[in-house]
Each structure stands twice: as structure tokens, then as C-alpha cells.
Design a protein around this ligand. Sequence first.
Ligand SMILES: CC(C)(COP(=O)(O)OP(=O)(O)OC[C@H]1O[C@@H](n2cnc3c(N)ncnc32)[C@H](O)[C@@H]1OP(=O)(O)O)[C@@H](O)C(=O)NCCC(=O)NCCS
Length: 225
Amino acid sequence: MDIVNKEKLKQVLEKWKEHPSITGLMEKFSQLQSYTNRRYKNLESFTKQKIKESKYELVELPYIDVKEDPVRPELDLQFRQSYGRKIYGLKDDVGEISAIMCFAFTNEVPKTVKEMEQLSYDAALQSVHRAGIQGSIAIAYTVWAKKKGGGRAIVDEVYKMVKKSNHLNRLVTLSPLTDMARNFHIKNGAKELQVNETTQNFEYDITLEDWETALVKAKGFLKVK
Ligand SMILES: CC(C)(COP(=O)(O)OP(=O)(O)OC[C@H]1O[C@@H](n2cnc3c(N)ncnc32)[C@H](O)[C@@H]1OP(=O)(O)O)[C@@H](O)C(=O)NCCC(=O)NCCS
């Protein structure tokens, strides 16, 4: 989205800092748009439009070149596919993979890859006794984009997938301690869960309604609390 009147937008946002309520933000939404080149009737139509615009498909990938992973290249293919762990790719409208995200499934939030390995192993063993249903927390331990915008789009699609799932009830990241990871997840609507010694966890709240998700993203984008 291009901002056509940055100064005015900055002024309005400054004022909002003292009025960070949801109602306030909703009321200001149309005013805000007058400073940008995009128009929507309200947040609900914005969300619907975004869903309609989605031209992506999430696919499980049997093979990737792990050396391409800028975050955790040391984790081999076998690690990424053992004990229920999965690799997802985002297929775009021309059939190319525009981003990749890897997952483990656990029942607790891990602070390190080692912990995640153990927790997903435990969850996999427990699942043998529970009709194959494994780990209620989806842990995204790496994400990278192969095309600009792919990163954001894969998070959106994964969010929808977890929301629809019957056995997953949380979507949490195990991210490196980098500004890129922080900016990326916060801007996409995640909340910081905790900052650990060598990693940080962000959580995407899958209990939110679609319009609430859009609101969280709008607040993140506009840096409003
Ligand atoms: C992070 C990443 C997945 C984002 O993919 P994307 O959504 O397709 O890429 P974009 O370039 O549109 O960036 C989206 C947001 O990520 C953040 N970001 C991207 N590059 C960044 C950098 N070098 N420094 C800080 N933040 C950065 C910003 O918040 C950015 O939003 P902005 O462009 O409005 O400032 C992509 O940059 C990537 O593959 N990075 C390397 C791997 C990585 O660090 N993954 C994240 C941690 S698990």
C-alpha cells in the first residue's frame, strides 16, 4: 500500500496514541484510508477483499534443498520430516513456490530447536495412542521467501489452515533473535510470546475473528498499540 500523505498520516497516528481503543481505531479507519491509495468500505470488506485476492495454494513438499534455508540450514531433510514434522510450500498463481515454512507439532512451546525436537518426538509417540492426532501446537521454526511478498502470503495461508484444523489450537514460531524475524511476525499480526536466550517465540492468535485479525495487522502496520 502506498502512503500518499505521510505527514498527515503521521499526525493522525500521533493523536491516536492516546486513544488506542478498538472502537476508536475502527472509527478512524476510513479517515486513515483517505491518506492512502486503497479504499475499502470498512475493515470487514477489507478482510473479505483480501481473502478473495488470495491466489495461493499451500502444498506439503516432499523435498527441498535445505541449504536454501537462511534460518536453519543445519537441519537436514530427515529432521524436517520425522515425527510428524512437515514442510509447506506456497504455490503462487504461476505454479511456482514463492515461500517455504517448516513445522513441528508439540504440546508445549519450545525455546530451542533441541527442545522442539524432543517435544515433537514426545507428541508423535503420544499420538500412537490417540488415533494419530499429534501435538496441538504448530511450531513454525523457519520461514523464507523465494519471491518478494511470499513470506507474508505463506503466513496468511498457514494461519487459515491452522484455524480450520480440528486438532491444532495454537500457531507459534520458534524464531531466530533477529530484527527481521521480529519485524516480520509483528507486522503480520503476531504477538511476542517470549524472548529466550537464543530464540524468540511469536504467537498468531487463531481464536480471533477475521476482522479482528485485520485489525491487529492494521495496528501493527501503523505501529499503533
Ligand atoms: C522475512 C521474510 C520471510 C519476509 O518475506 P516477505 O514477506 O516475502 O518479504 P518482504 O520483503 O515483503 O518483507 C516483509 C516484512 O519483513 C520484515 N523484513 C524483511 N526484510 C527485513 C530486513 N532485512 N530487516 C528487518 N526487517 C525485515 C519487514 O517487516 C518487512 O516489511 P516492510 O517491507 O513493510 O518493511 C524474508 O525477508 C526472508 O526470507 N528472510 C530470510 C529468512 C528469515 O529471516 N525469516 C524470518 C525468521 S524465521
